[in-house]
Ligand binder design. Structure first.
Ligand code: ZN
Ligand code: ZN
Length: 358
């Protein structure tokens, strides 16, 4: 059985517990997870005994050659073809992904159902399977992390006062692509000086000053899998306040990493980072969660946040990225990609963890 077949089986085995006869999968990341199809128009219908994949003629021959489930190449709307199978099989309860089915397609499906059949929202079934990575997925994430770190190293050699934020971002993106990334995992963040206090700043035409802090948050996509890393650099010797801020965030990040192992609630990792920052009176300056799972998407389960109920499991890959943002002054965030193991964790990111001085 291929890994894709195993994943579809695992999904099919959950249908009874969710009290549905079939599950319509419309999230493209979930479709990719279940089939390997990486195009922009695909739909999967999982039933207890068989799996159907729907796409349009642009992807037809590729899908027929590569996918081991039933491939339907549709001239019209994919949802209409899926409804046809649902009618033929006389399914009564059809699960759908509430976060990923467009309203118009939901209505179309509803109209096409036979009397007595109903649509039932089934949230996060595939997402929960995706949270624990297979060895093959972990190998892909490792490659993605390596590409990301190498692009960072190549670019940092070129950062000088006078270079603009968007030029650094362009160089990072270029290097990622040169090293084999399909694309960036998200819009690269390069924020200098007080703009580093904006956690999701977009690069501007601001030229890096003589004594400025630069925060870089970047990720690559390699073989479909994301990486995510944040580092900060300072042009010239950093002032004491920056060094203190860096030390606080660094201690929070190391403590959070130390708290990771299979069985630990994700919320506890978040609480660990927050507690350290509180000791530095910086907890109010930490305005986001401590991390997130990553894989086929840059943000996926589990969320490493206050309210997350999920427990960590061996094979989950998460980021650990506490930060402290002092408005009008500076922001520091340190982020690694980390693999959860039975007894602890392994930090996949190999870029040195330090305040880079340029
Ligand atoms: Zn992140
Ligand atoms: Zn990031």
């Amino acid at each position: 059985m291929t890994e894709f077949e195993q994943r579809r089986r695992a999904a099919a085995e959950q249908l009874a517990a969710k009290k549905v006869d079939a599950l319509l999968v419309s999230s493209l990341a979930n479709v990719r997870y279940l089939t390997g199809y990486a195009g922009s128009n695909g739909l999967v219908l999982i039933t207890p005994s068989e799996e159907h994949f729907f796409t349009d003629p642009r992807y037809g021959s590729e899908a027929a050659a590569n996918l081991s489930c039933k491939v339907h190449v549709c001239k019209g709307e994919l949802i209409a073809a899926a409804a046809g199978i649902i009618r033929r099989k006389k399914f009564k309860k059809i699960g759908f992904e509430p976060a990923w089915l467009r309203m118009d397609r939901y209505a179309q499906l509803q109209d096409a159902l036979p009397a007595g059949a109903a649509l039932e929202p089934v949230a996060n079934l595939i997402e929960e399977l995706r949270a624990v990575k297979s060895p093959d997925e972990i190998a892909k994430i490792r490659r993605s992390v390596r590409v990301n770190s190498e692009a960072f190293a190549r670019t940092m050699n070129r950062v000088r006062p006078g270079v603009r934020e968007h030029q650094i971002a362009a160089e990072l993106d270029f290097q990622m692509r040169m090293l084999g990334a399909e694309k960036t995992a998200f819009d690269t963040i390069v924020a200098a000086g007080p703009r580093s206090a904006l956690p999701h700043a977009h690069p501007t035409s601001h030229a890096i000053g003589d004594k400025e802090l630069v925060l870089i948050d970047m990720g690559a996509v390699v073989d479909g899998y994301s990486s995510d890393m944040t580092r900060v650099a300072h042009i010239g010797t950093p002032p004491r306040r920056i060094r203190e801020l860096y030390k606080a965030v660094s201690e929070a990040q190391l403590a959070a990493i130390d708290s990771i192992r299979a069985g630990v609630p994700a919320a506890r990792v978040d609480a660990t980072a927050r507690k350290v920052l509180k000791g530095f009176h910086l907890d109010k300056q930490f305005v986001h969660s401590t991390g997130h799972g990553l894989g086929l998407e840059i943000h996926e389960a589990p969320k490493i946040g206050k309210k997350e109920k999920m427990k960590l499991q061996a094979g989950m890959v998460i980021t650990v990225e506490p930060g402290a943002y002092v408005n009008g002054f500076a922001g520091i965030r340190i982020e690694d990609t980390v693999l959860v193991t039975e007894n602890g964790c392994q930090v996949i990111t190999q870029t040195p963890k330090k305040l880079f001085i340029l």
